[in-house]
Design a protein around this ligand. Structure first.
Ligand SMILES: NC(=O)c1ccc[n+]([C@@H]2O[C@H](COP(=O)([O-])OP(=O)(O)OC[C@H]3O[C@@H](n4cnc5c(N)ncnc54)[C@H](OP(=O)(O)O)[C@@H]3O)[C@@H](O)[C@H]2O)c1
Length: 258
């Protein structure tokens, strides 16, 4: 079990939704939190709110696809607080379009944010975590990273890619003291659904989670690192069923998405 007070976390995508709720929850648990996203005002307001509540927080306005900016942020956090214990790769974007309506450049742009930016930020913190002999990388995937559905080919592909990247990294870091976790939220009420490209809309399947529920699951994972986190546990069953009987799951999903 990790003791959280005084430890240092970087949260990407902290200006809204799951990242913002997670940053607040980590601050309440006593962690020092570096807040990253593009919208400066939102980050500064959150940092001020967290400091007002007794936490240590710093705003880092940047685009996570800008590798030099991400590297400079990691160096600054390390200089400010002496270490980086946890990196939460949460910044991401949705994309709702049929496979045949997805342009290659749109897919490249989505990969750039949902996958390549995770690689960049993780490579930026790993040398420091290796020197520390400990650390924790937490990547935020999606239920759609376990099971593709209609209208989500490109988005699902980025989240499946994130799964492979995360599993391989976890194996490579075994014994290093650095934990690697993958979180699979279900539909969560955030701006995500308003800001994503929406070229097709299918009926939503299954329940809805709050950002606080997802943030609680992430904080539990920071305290006690796990390989995989399912903030809504039945998704684990879906993952197993989909691997064992994909045709059956296709039929059930097609009915639910009708
Ligand atoms: N909401 C859901 O239903 C759901 C379900 C499963 C998984 N997820 C995953 O959960 C994560 C968070 O999603 P959310 O629902 O909290 O979305 P959100 O409310 O739209 O927040 C996305 C965050 O990412 C930041 N961001 C986007 N592009 C960025 C960039 N280029 N550089 C830096 N920051 C960037 C945004 O801040 P700025 O705009 O200020 O940069 C914002 O803080 C994503 O990885 C998403 O795929 C969401």
């Amino acid at each position: 079990m990790a003791d959280l007070p005084g430890r240092v976390a970087i949260v990407t995508g902290a200006s809204a939704g799951i990242g913002q709720a997670t940053a607040r929850a980590l601050g309440r648990a006593g962690m020092r939190v570096a807040l990253c996203a593009r919208r400066r005002e939102r980050l500064e307001a959150l940092a001020a709110e967290m400091r007002g509540a007794g936490a240590e927080a710093a705003a880092y306005p940047l685009d996570v696809t800008d590798a030099p900016a991400v590297g400079a942020m990691v160096d600054d956090v390390a200089a400010r607080w002496g270490r980086v214990d946890v990196l939460i790769n949460n910044a991401g974007r949705g994309f709702a379009a049929r496979f045949e309506d997805t342009a290659p450049q749109e897919f490249r742009d989505l990969l750039e944010l949902n996958v390549l930016a995770v690689l960049t930020a993780t490579q930026a913190v790993l040398p420091l975590m290796r020197r520390q002999g400990r650390g924790h990388i937490i990547n935020i995937s999606s239920v759609v990273g376990r099971r593709g559905i209609r209208g989500r080919a490109a988005y699902a592909a980025t989240k499946f890619a994130l799964g492979g990247l995360t599993e391989s990294l976890r194996m490579e870091l075994r014994g290093s003291g650095i934990a690697v976790s993958l979180v699979y939220p279900i539909y969560t009420t955030t701006e995500f659904h308003d800001v994503e490209t929406k070229r097709v809309v299918f009926p939503r399947m299954g329940p809805v989670q709050s950002v606080e529920q997802v943030a609680r699951a992430i904080v539990r994972c920071v305290k006690r690192p796990r390989a995989e986190v399912y903030p809504y546990w039945p998704v684990r069953l879906l993952a197993v069923l989909s691997a064992a009987a994909p045709g059956l799951v296709d039929r059930v999903m097609a009915r639910l998405q009708r």
